[in-house]
Design a protein around this ligand. Structure first.
Ligand SMILES: CSCCC(=O)C(=O)COP(=O)(O)O
Ligand SMILES: [Mg+2]
Length: 230
């Protein structure tokens, strides 16, 4: 592995336990979807979400109840749908502001971010969670405000789906860093494969206790301290 100029990090399973997203964030949003949409009916944010869901369903006339049912179903099946991620970010924002939600990160993450930043690397997040949700996650982390260590965020809207090489090419263009000088860390083999297809370096992260997928042709680490990027 050659020394990268930029590191791009996945969240769920990489910087943070899957349970932090599935058992904390998802139920929080699920319980508030219907009230949020009725309480914000007619606002630009709510209209964008509702129209986005109708477009995904291919049902331009879907009622608000049908939209809510689709969103709840997507949460239950962990569907990475853009309007859902947008809405979740809006609902979670209030939770982070109220101190009801916290961004859980593994203890090696703040240490690594600090040392990689000091070594001059650009540090970025690429998650299916919206950019707004990502910012809240690291600003309100259980290890303090980590937002100062991050220079960029990418999501389904700004980059695209995480299993498609085109998304990583879009990020390369936005960063202005050569693909071969960009390192992606993720727990999902299909995401690592897509990054490699785009010419990136990629290393898998397999956190103890998390479910293991196939290895693929990748190097795997269990914590960030195993990488020497200085
Ligand atoms: C704190 S961002 C919310 C994470 C999220 O909604 C999600 O679906 C996780 O996706 P990832 O791409 O990070 O695996
Ligand atoms: Mg992940």
């Amino acid at each position: 592995m050659s020394r990268p100029q930029a590191v791009v990090l996945d969240i769920e399973g990489t910087t943070s336990p899957l349970s932090a997203v599935h058992d904390q964030l998802f139920p929080y949003a699920r319980a508030r979807v219907a009230d949020w949409l009725s309480g914000h009916r007619g606002t630009p944010e709510a209209t964008e979400v509702v129209e986005g869901v109708r477009a995904e369903l291919g049902q331009p006339g879907a009622s608000e109840a049908e939209v809510v049912a689709a969103l709840v179903g997507w949460i239950d099946q962990d569907v990475k749908a853009r309007p859902l991620k947008q809405l979740q970010g809006l609902i979670w924002h209030s939770g982070f502001q109220a101190g009801e939600l916290r961004g859980q990160v593994y203890s090696d993450v703040p240490v690594a971010l600090k040392s990689w930043q000091a070594a001059g690397l650009g540090l970025h997040i690429y998650s299916s969670g919206s950019v707004a949700a990502q910012r809240d996650w690291f600003r309100h982390s259980d290890h303090g405000d980590l937002s100062g260590q991050l220079s960029g965020h990418f999501d389904l809207t700004t980059a695209g789906p995480k299993r498609e090489a085109a998304s990583y090419r879009r990020i390369s263009e936005a960063l202005g860093v050569p693909a071969g000088a960009t390192l992606f860390l993720s727990d999902v083999t299909a995401e690592l494969d897509a990054a490699v297809e785009a010419g990136w370096q990629a290393v898998g992260v397999r956190r103890p206790g998390e479910a293991h997928g196939p290895d693929g042709d990748h190097r795997w680490i269990t914590e960030f301290g195993e990488l020497d990027l200085s």
